[in-house]
Structures are given as structure tokens and as C-alpha cells.
Design a protein. Sequence first.
Length: 62
Amino acid sequence: MVIKKQTALKIVNPLLGLFIVNQALTGTFHLYLSNRVFTFLHEWRGLALFVLSILHVVLNWG
């Protein structure tokens, strides 16, 4: 199954926006989060944000 570029962008872009907001909020309020929750919400989703960012650039290239 091949996903069209525009369909992929309709999935990637909202996720990218959501993960950017997640990074901002968890970074701002990290003192109120346990280390376990912070690690999951900020660090692991930060890696996912990086992957989504690369995918976004690849899909929009050219």
C-alpha cells in the first residue's frame, strides 16, 4: 500500500504540531512532573519529534 504525499502530510503535520506543543509544555512544567513521566513525555516524544521533522522535510522537499 502506497500512501500519497498529501495524505502523509495530513498525518505528519498535526502530529508535528502536537509534539511541538508537548515539548514546550513539558519543558516549562518539568519541575511538576515525576522523572518517569518527564522522561516519557519530553525525552521520548522529543525523539519522535525529531523523526517527524525529518519526515516533514523529506515530504516537502522539491
